[in-house]
Write a protein that binds this ligand. Structure first.
Ligand code: ASP
Length: 468
């Protein structure tokens, strides 16, 4: 959102609902997209040719990532509040809210189904990984205490041991047992409300912040003039934060270059990655095919059915966000840029402010597809037949696990343990896919962000006009 269109975008929902796009394409926006795409290609080349040099850029990448993450919590808080305030009456949120939930659930289920389908058809786990390798992976962790698994997952995923451990805590010791569906649902319900808003903010747990912002915003709308200063403060803070995002995006090509160069350089220096890829390349390709089908067929079809606009043009308008998602592997960190892009693409401010933050938290199509596909792949490698009931269980738990996954790098890998456990697969075999996960994560994060953006456009059709 540029300052020039800031004032108009609040009232753009009707314009955005027109059959034509409300704004002409912004040429500067395209230039930035080319710069970002170019910097990713350059970063990969530098990483392949001069790995030590590439790895030296990690500080630059970390700085950019921190700058993005720094504004996520205040931006989510003020933007969701603004979304509710913009509507003027919380009851107006009923239809768009229902549509958003329906959209999130149905696209996640479609993604999971597609994930299962591609693995069933392409059979990436049959006859690809040799027995020695399976034993070697198993031997590394089988029978070992959870702490070893936690260590290995944390080392590979970049998550803290505490984060990994908090997921593992829900899993029983020893032989894999099925965790009660009730426990999973109970935990998800508890995620909605926090007992300490500041702790949630410090840990970037967005869901309770969103819930609080909706309730707080609803309350403000009932208080009229008594809280006019508060509402003004929130709206102006939100505008300032979006302006900050605009500034940050100017640095995106450099930040993204550093992020990609350092991570790919690391993989090149280790050398193990390509060796692993040669073993499980077909699995890698299968997941990519699934992700591609979801983002090139399923989501565009939904977008077109609902909006009657060209979905690929919309995808192009979202490319900055998707490239950033690829580079950061975090849909939370990408959230400010996704919000900026959806508004630039003509989605109303209310829909963006309400749907994109919620989507970045609970709508993860790419993660859901990947979790279902990866679990079925592991079953295939181990020669375990998964009948229809078990595949349905995979679908159900993968949907819940994706909803529960945070928008941070490789969170999906951790919540996938719940799915493995649910169908009785030994969680140690996650080692089979660990080494390539960092790269797959980038692709699924891009799909996650695109799914959120399509959701915003879909919900926009049901969004009532903004209050004056
Ligand atoms: N990295 C993903 C995201 O941030 C989550 C995952 O699938 O690991 O959306």
């Amino acid at each position: 959102m540029s300052p020039a269109n800031d004032s108009s975008s609040a009232n753009d929902s009707s314009a955005a609902n027109d059959a034509t796009d409300p704004r002409p394409p912004n040429p500067h926006s395209n230039t930035l997209t080319y710069w970002i795409a170019g910097s990713i290609v350059a970063a990969i080349l530098v990483a392949l040719l001069f790995p030590p040099l590439a790895m030296m850029t990690d500080v630059g990448g970390e700085l950019f990532l921190r700058a993005l993450r720094m504004i996520v919590v205040p931006l989510v808080f003020t933007s969701v509040l603004c979304g509710v305030l913009g509507l003027g009456d919380i009851r107006k949120l009923g239809k768009p809210g229902g549509t958003a939930i329906l959209y999130y659930l149905s696209t996640t289920i479609l993604a999971v189904t597609l994930g299962l389908l591609v693995v069933n058809v392409l059979q990436p786990g049959v006859g690809t990984v040799d027995e020695d390798r399976v034993q070697q992976h198993a031997g590394a962790t089988v029978g070992s205490p959870k702490s070893r698994i936690i260590k290995s997952l944390a080392a590979n995923s970049g998550l803290s041991s505490t984060e990994v451990a908090s997921v593992l805590e829900e899993l029983p010791e020893g032989e894999a047992q099925r965790p009660g569906m009730g426990t999973i649902l109970e935990n998800m319900a508890l995620m909605l409300v926090t007992d300490n808003l500041f702790v949630s903010a410090a840990e970037t747990q967005l869901l309770p912040i969103i819930v609080f912002a909706i309730v707080f915003g609803a309350m403000l709308t009932t208080m009229g003039q008594r809280v006019s200063l508060v509402t003004q403060f929130i709206e102006q803070s939100n505008a300032a934060l979006m302006q900050f995002v605009m500034w940050l995006m100017k640095l995106a090509p450099i930040g993204i270059f550093c992020l990609v160069a350092s991570r790919f350089g690391e993989a090149q220096a280790e050398g193990r990655f390509y060796e692993e890829l040669s073993q499980i390349g077909w699995y890698f390709g299968t997941v990519l095919i699934g992700l591609a089908l979801h983002s090139v067929v399923t989501l565009p079809l939904i977008y077109w059915i609902v909006t009657r606009k060209n979905p690929y043009r919309y995808a192009w308008q979202l490319s900055k966000a998707m490239l950033t998602a690829f580079s950061t592997a975090s849909s939370s960190a990408t959230l400010p840029i996704t919000m900026e892009c959806t508004q630039e693409a003509g989605v109303s401010r209310e829909s963006t402010e309400f749907v994109v933050p919620l989507g970045a938290t609970i709508n993860m199509d790419g993660t859901a597809l990947y979790e279902a596909a990866a679990v079925l792949f592991i079953a295939q490698v181990l020669g375990m037949q998964m009948d229809l009931t078990q595949q349905l269980l995979i679908a159900l738990t993968a949907t819940l696990a994706a909803i529960g996954a945070a928008g941070i790098p490789e969170a999906g890998l951790v919540t996938m343990l719940i799915v493995l456990n649910a169908v009785g697969l030994p969680i140690e075999y996650i080692g089979l896919i660990l080494s390539v996960d960092w790269l797959l994560d980038r692709f699924r994060t891009a799909v996650n962000c695109f799914g959120d953006a399509v959701g915003a456009a879909v919900v926009d059709r049901t969004m009532p006009p903004a209050a004056d």
